[in-house]
Design a binder for this molecule. Structure first.
Ligand code: HEC
Length: 108
């Protein structure tokens, strides 16, 4: 008689399937999605689109984008593990790539 798979095994298979699906659906970095993310997650502290949101204590995203010392790799690193007072927003790797692409579009 065939027994149903152990529930833990079934869970593992589901997790693996989810992982494979997410890897397969990895999108190229999308600055439009990045802008949407920034407007959603960054405006409480940073000015994102001119005049919207932000506080005086925090650099605007446009000024960060134009800072030659704040290139894509630096920003990627920062968003992966920000330092206080900025909280870790727990962005996914795709989300970080989108935000970085958005910042690059601002720098041009
Ligand atoms: C809860 C407030 C808050 C949110 C939300 C927030 N930040 Fe920040 N961020 C800060 C603060 C405060 C600093 C300044 C840290 C410092 O001076 O050390 C900062 C610094 C940064 C820096 C480094 C600037 C530099 O030149 O050192 C980057 C890049 C950045 N934020 C990007 C983002 C992005 C992108 C988002 C949205 C996805 C975001 N932040 C959301 C508060 C926030």
């Amino acid at each position: 008689m065939k027994r149903p798979p152990h529930p833990v095994m079934a869970l593992g298979a589901a997790a693996l399937a989810a992982l494979l699906t997410s890897a397969a659906s990895a999108q190229p970095a999308d600055p439009v999605a990045g802008r949407r993310l920034a407007n959603r997650w960054c405006t409480s502290c940073h000015v994102v689109d001119s005049g919207k949101g932000g506080t005086d204590a925090v650099p605007t995203l446009a000024s960060i984008a134009r800072d030659p010392n704040r290139g894509p790799n630096w920003v990627r690193q920062w968003l992966t593990s920000p330092h206080p007072p900025m909280p870790d927003l727990n962005l996914s790797r795709n989300e970080i790539e989108d935000v970085v692409a958005y910042l690059q579009s601002l720098a041009r």
